[in-house]
Design a protein around this ligand. Structure first.
Ligand code: FDP
Length: 343
């Protein structure tokens, strides 16, 4: 009995943890804390829908094509709507942007606007949905730049350095929420029996000795010389490092999460596959910047091969970028290779 009570005392819910964080900042108004809690709630709703996807017969494709030219999954639409609806009326946001929509998502006129803006990729890795593999939601929060009224495009075109908070919810063998507000990276696991995220991974640091590299090797012949040589380096060919093991789920959140906990590097380089996508596939604002923020907070680094992802000034809402993210020395190494081999 005593042990059970002892265990209970050790339990830190996500709400309690957010509040503890807020207390460190006497100037805080609680708006960000509540916004994070709204996002966590959206994560719980999406998690429950994701787990029941097969049962509820909501798997499968719709006929719609999104602005990235990809077929929209039903679960994508659902996650997108949940994120929007749980955040549209709270008065905490000036506007939102979703990877699924070409334009900004305004706050309905009947609701007040607030001081933050939220970007999200509602269901990343959605080509994995039909195969019961991990998928995730990525989110990014910035302070608005315009003084008041509905949020404008300029509020969204901010470099990752300006992020106030970022994180993801991973729907895997368990559901986890991992986030940072610039004071370390913290992970919570959803306990389905109590319906709450509980602190399971406080102050995550990327292990110094990396274990994995994660990349779609199937595209190798379409990469630059620098990235090709870098891949040899990761495989220990010049004996500078011990060969890393390859793991690639093809779900960015899952691949990132594994390397965050085990050490390693994920990359999706520029390639020559599609002349319309010379910068690779991933989006700067919805995917690369929030994960770069988390990586740096965990002692790692993210680059586009030439500069820090967090220093890139976005020009458009949906711009793409090559991404190399993980252990700092591994990501700096690719910058070295690209400088040496790619003009
Ligand atoms: P998906 O198309 O399944 O949504 O950016 C989307 C993403 O998945 C990432 O989650 C993933 O890392 C990447 O694309 C996988 O792309 P490839 O299939 O080209 O490897």
């Amino acid at each position: 009995m005593q042990t059970e009570l002892g265990d209970l005392v050790e339990i830190t819910t996500i709400e309690r943890f957010f509040l503890l964080g807020q207390k460190q900042h006497p100037e805080a108004t609680g708006v960000l804390t509540n916004l994070l809690y709204d996002i966590a709630l959206a994560g719980k709703v999406i998690s429950s829908k994701t787990n029941r996807a097969g049962l509820a017969e909501i798997l499968g494709r719709t006929d719609e094509i999104n602005i990235q030219g990809e077929v929209v999954q039903k679960l994508d639409q659902l996650a997108d709507l949940v994120m929007y609806r749980l955040n549209d009326h709270t008065g905490r946001l000036a506007a939102m942007a979703s990877e699924e929509h070409e334009d900004l998502l305004p706050i309905p006129k009947k609701f007040p606007t607030g001081k933050y803006i939220l970007l999200f990729d509602p269901l990343d890795g959605s080509s994995n949905i039909d195969f019961n593999m991990p998928i995730g939601t990525i989110f990014a929060v910035y302070q608005r730049l315009t003084p008041s009224g509905p949020g404008q495009l300029v509020d969204f075109l901010q470099p990752g350095r300006k992020l106030v908070a970022a994180g993801y919810i991973l729907y895997g063998s368990s559901t986890m929420l991992v986030y940072s507000t610039g004071e370390g990276v913290h992970g919570f696991t959803l306990d389905p029996s109590v319906g709450e995220f509980l602190l399971s991974h406080p102050f995550i640091r990327i292990p110094e000795v990396p274990a994995y590299f994660s990349v779609n090797l199937g595209y190798r012949k379409n990469w630059s010389e620098g990235v090709d040589h870098y891949t040899d380096y990761l495989q220990g060919e010049n004996r500078e490092i011990k060969a890393l093991s390859l793991r690639y789920v093809g779900s960015l959140v899952a691949d990132f999460h594994r390397n965050l906990l085990a050490g390693g590097v994920f990359y999706y380089p520029a390639d020559t596959i599609d002349p319309n996508k010379p910068q690779g596939k991933l989006r700067l604002l919805y995917e690369a910047a929030p994960l770069a923020f988390l990586a740096e907070q965990a002692g790692g680094y993210a680059s586009n091969g030439r500069m820090s992802i967090l220093d890139i000034q976005p020009e458009t809402l949906h711009q793409r970028t090559p991404l190399f993210v993980g252990n700092k020395f591994l990501v700096e190494k690719v910058e070295e290779y690209i400088r040496r081999y790619d003009t």
